[in-house]
Design a protein around this ligand. Structure first.
Ligand SMILES: NC(=O)c1ccc[n+]([C@@H]2O[C@H](COP(=O)([O-])OP(=O)(O)OC[C@H]3O[C@@H](n4cnc5c(N)ncnc54)[C@H](OP(=O)(O)O)[C@@H]3O)[C@@H](O)[C@H]2O)c1
Length: 327
């Protein structure tokens, strides 16, 4: 039996991505074999496929940090043949062959069942980015940031994590300010997703003073660096920031002032090793909260042949919303 996969190899220190036919015997070790229906494109996939980030250390590698599919074979009692399963994180697509292939073989502990209320296609329109957005929103809720506390700002708003975060916050009744570098191109989409106002990213890219005018009860930051520093300096007293990304850089040129004078908390969010119960809760909330209009407004589907070009675009900040990869 053979299957189609995007395969990454390295030649002269450059990463090459080609669509290949592989034999089932090439699949890695694992207790569940899955017929993959969809994967999705995430920022980390972009870094891996283009080789712009040191995501992959062993080649050949099949990228794809998430997938949805049906169980073909299982030696784990939790999963039976035909079950719909979803995988995000756990180093899949980084150090274990990932979802950009018609077949994957993984550890059963890494899987979750597809939750009721989502189609397989919708689950990957959400994918790692959407799951992370939900974890960020839950982090703000856990920090006591209720809608009546004031406005919540989302940075990198037209990207995968950002667009889902805008939509989820709006559905939960928050006033949402969306920060984007592509105001003209993506303003209408962000308004449709529920942003109450849209702010040009350039306003967040100047050096921040240690403390600026208080503007935000909460924040979801996908960008890091100067943008996150600016957000921190503008947080309300007792405000909370959920930080999950580094699209603008992994540094953080800030001071302790927001923390020690305004009681601001900076909370990190990781989806890769998020425990099972928290993951399932997030998936259930996503199924309840995301309206059909999200999937229509912010998602598009591409073939495996188009994945490498999309990977290049996402590392350049040129992808809007979520890209679904059909296997
Ligand atoms: N912690 C986790 O578990 C986890 C999980 C998923 C993703 N992430 C991280 O979250 C971030 C977003 O991921 P994603 O999949 O949503 O990527 P994405 O779709 O590319 O979104 C990132 C957005 O950030 C903005 N941006 C891009 N380049 C920028 C730059 N140089 N300076 C400032 N803003 C920039 C763009 O939005 P605008 O054009 O609207 O400004 C872009 O759409 C990435 O850093 C990713 O690694 C972390």
């Amino acid at each position: 039996m053979t299957f189609t996969a995007l395969v990454l190899n390295q030649q002269d220190k450059r990463t090459l991505a080609t669509v290949e036919q592989l034999d089932d015997s090439a699949l890695p070790q694992g207790d569940v074999t899955v017929n993959v229906d969809y994967s999705s494109l995430n920022y980390k996939d972009g870094l891996a496929i283009t080789g712009r980030g040191r995501i992959i250390r062993e080649f050949p590698m099949v990228p794809g940090i998430d997938f949805v599919g049906r169980v073909e074979q299982s030696s784990d009692a939790r999963y039976q043949v035909g079950d719909s399963v979803v995988l995000t994180g756990w180093g899949v697509g980084e150090n274990h062959w990932g979802g950009m292939a018609q077949k994957a073989r993984v550890n059963a502990d890494w899987l979750v069942p597809l939750v009721a209320g989502l189609t397989p296609q919708q689950s990957m329109m959400i994918g790692t980015a959407g799951l992370t957005a939900m974890l960020c929103v839950q982090t703000l809720i856990d920090a006591g940031i209720q809608p009546d506390r004031g406005e919540v700002v989302v940075t990198g708003a037209s990207g995968g994590v950002g667009s889902v975060a805008v939509c989820l916050l709006s559905q939960l009744g928050y006033q949402v300010a969306a920060v984007t570098g592509r105001l003209e191109q993506n303003g209408p989409m962000l308004t449709q997703l529920g942003a109450n106002r849209i702010i040009d990213r350039s306003e967040f890219e100047q050096d921040a003073r240690p403390l600026e005018k208080q503007m935000w009860a909460g924040a979801v930051d996908t960008v890091g660096s100067k943008v996150l520093a600016k957000v921190l300096s503008q947080m309300d007293y007792n405000g909370a920031v959920a930080a999950c990304g580094l699209a603008g850089g992994f540094d953080l040129p800030t001071t302790v002032m927001p923390f020690i004078l305004r009681n601001v908390s900076l909370r990190g969010v990781d989806s890769v090793q998020c425990p099972y119960a928290q993951r399932m809760h997030a998936w259930q909330r996503l199924a309840e909260l995301l309206p059909a209009s999200y999937f229509e407004t912010a998602c598009r589907e591409v073939s495996l042949d188009e994945a490498a070009a999309c990977a290049d675009a996402i590392t350049q900040g040129q992808i809007t919303g979520r890209v679904l990869i059909k296997l």
